[in-house]
Design a protein around this ligand. Structure first.
Ligand code: ADP
Ligand code: ZN
Length: 517
């Protein structure tokens, strides 16, 4: 059987599973009857698409939304998967192509609107083409309780019985009544394996902090949690070793872990971590797969993770026992620059790179959030929530200010210098600091020179960081990381939109020690 992780990466372009996906994928792949309730945007489609590739034969996907089916089919085809849809929206050519693929026996996923089941010949047809799994999207459509009952969904149960193949049902909305009805109608009342996934991990405290002296910040964080098991994630192998040493020097029981170590040494760390209390592992992302120590009390990120999914997975290793756990993620402009360039310099095709930038943006949005961090995080996974009271922002609501003018000044400095300079040089222009470089370029003669004197250097650094976080500017690797304006900034520049920035981040940045690396 193909390797799920490899397919996840190579076909779907994801580094890891979203919360809940792996268990569902395993159950569906093993041929269990499954009912999965996941929030919209949580990643349900992967939970039947991946098993469809792992299993023999054709998987039929029943979905009421033609646009959505066509979307998914296009996505799968672009990823090189043989998929097709038979819907009323098809051109005759599309329909012919689907039938040809079915006759050749190489179609893996066949999307169908429920109306297709009405004709009577469906069972015979499904038998003939070798259907081995039925996936039902928007399964609540089978219920009269729900708001969008679809009578044809009632035929799905019959179909399952006649074919005697496993069925996996997915929905985002399922109150108790609806769930009961889904089980009755689709599974003849025989309880399927059920997954009800909220993404919230309420025992995990969430916090981010601007990175200014990462070593000192991590050391003081660990010092306050002495004797507890924890993980420090770092962006590079060298950093894991340096930080592990610094922690050991301070009397912590700490060791490094990364993919460059001998397998034997890695295993020793894994075993020690599982057995010992209070070990701190300073690791790259290589540490994680298969770590299921229940009582990890804290996770710190010395560097920003690569995406919001990675962040969620990494902090999610804390507090599996349900006990209180704490997390803290450091981030700064260098992290953003590094993560962007990793995406830009990667080998992925353009659409995938755009998606990766999007997932990084989501994490930066979380880092620069101005309201409950858990709300923002869960919102990304499609779940709505009340302010949690258990994150840094709920505990210390950030002061905000209207940053529109500041951002416009910064953008103007960027454009006047034709997008060839980084935050340091731009800050010099804004604060009216005539450095040699500024004078040599004649930038002291620009109309923007000195227009941002109301903020000092550190405050501008915080503003630029938030601009990066909001994806208003991006460093261009072909211009030595010079900041360039993105489309998202245009409405602000034109005066069509405003932006609220965190003031706290600015004053905090102003009072802390400068970055030492
Ligand atoms: P749902 O059907 O649950 O509303 P989708 O299946 O459409 O959600 O997925 C929502 C988004 O999440 C899509 O953009 C998809 O690419 C993304 N996604 C799904 N699984 C993952 C994953 N494991 N890692 C990263 N992104 C994912
Ligand atoms: Zn909160």
């Amino acid at each position: 059987m193909p390797d799920p992780q490899a397919l996840l990466r190579d076909v779907f372009g994801f580094d890891g599973f979203r919360p809940g996906q792996e268990d569902i994928v395993n159950a569906v792949t093993q041929g269990r009857n499954v009912l999965a309730i996941m929030p919209t945007g949580g990643g349900k489609s992967l939970c039947f698409q991946l098993p469809a590739l792992l299993r023999e034969g054709v998987t039929v996907v029943i979905s009421p939304l033609i646009a959505l089916m066509r979307d998914q089919v296009r996505g799968l085809q672009e990823a090189g998967v043989s998929a097709g849809a038979l819907t009323s929206g098809n051109t005759p050519e599309e329909t012919a192509a689907v039938w040809e693929a079915l006759e050749r026996g190489d179609l893996k996923l066949l999307y169908l609107a429920p109306e297709r089941l009405a004709g009577g010949g469906a069972v015979a047809m499904f038998k003939r083409i070798g259907v081995r799994l039925i996936a039902v999207d928007e399964a609540h459509c089978v219920s009269h309780w729900g708001h969008d009952f679809r009578p044809d969904y009632l035929r799905i149960g019959e179909l399952r019985r006649a074919l005697d193949v496993p069925l996996a049902a997915f929905t985002a909305t399922a109150d108790q009544e609806t769930r009961v009805e889904i089980v009755q109608k689709l599974f003849d009342g025989e309880a399927p394996q059920s997954f009800l996934h909220g993404f919230d991990r309420p025992n995990i405290h969430l916090a981010f902090a601007a990175k200014n002296n990462p070593r000192a910040q991590i050391l003081s964080y660990a010092a306050a949690r002495r004797g507890q098991s924890g993980i420090v994630y770092c962006g590079t192998r060298a950093k894991t070793e340096a930080l592990a040493k610094a922690l050991s020097d301070e009397g912590h029981n700490a060791c490094a872990y990364h993919g460059g170590m001998e397998a034997e040494d890695r295993r020793i760390v894994e075993t020690r971590f599982a057995r010992e209390d209070g070990l701190v592992v300073v690791a790259t992302v290589a540490f994680g797969m298969g770590v299921d120590k229940p009582d990890i009390r804290w996770v710190a990120h010395a560097d920003l993770p690569k995406s919001i999914e990675a962040y969620y997975q990494e902090i999610g290793r804390a507090g599996r026992d349900g006990g209180p756990a704490e997390t803290m993620t450091l981030f700064g402009p260098d992290d953003i620059r590094l993560r962007r360039s990793q995406i830009d310099e990667g080998q992925a095709p353009p659409e995938r790179r755009a998606a990766d930038h999007g997932r990084l943006n989501a994490l930066l949005g979380l880092a620069e959030a101005l309201k409950c961090r858990r709300q923002v995080l869960l919102g990304y996974f499609g779940e709505s929530a009340e302010p949690c009271g258990h994150c840094d922002l709920c505990e210390n609501p950030p002061e905000t200010f209207d940053g529109t003018t500041a951002v416009r000044k910064a953008l103007s400095a960027i454009l006047r210098t034709e997008e060839w300079f980084g935050a340091g040089h731009l800050t010099g222009i804004l604060t009216g600091t005539a450095t040699d470089k500024i004078r040599a370029r004649g930038h002291d003669l620009l109309p923007t020179f000195g227009v941002g004197k109301e903020y000092d250097k550190r405050q501008w650094a915080a503003i630029f960081r938030q601009m990066l976080g909001h994806d208003l500017v991006r460093p261009d690797p072909d211009r030595h990381g010079a900041l360039r304006m993105t489309e998202a900034a245009r409405p602000i520049l034109r005066g069509e939109a405003g932006i609220t920035l965190g003031k706290e981040a600015i004053s905090r940045a102003a009072t802390r020690t400068p970055a030492v690396r």
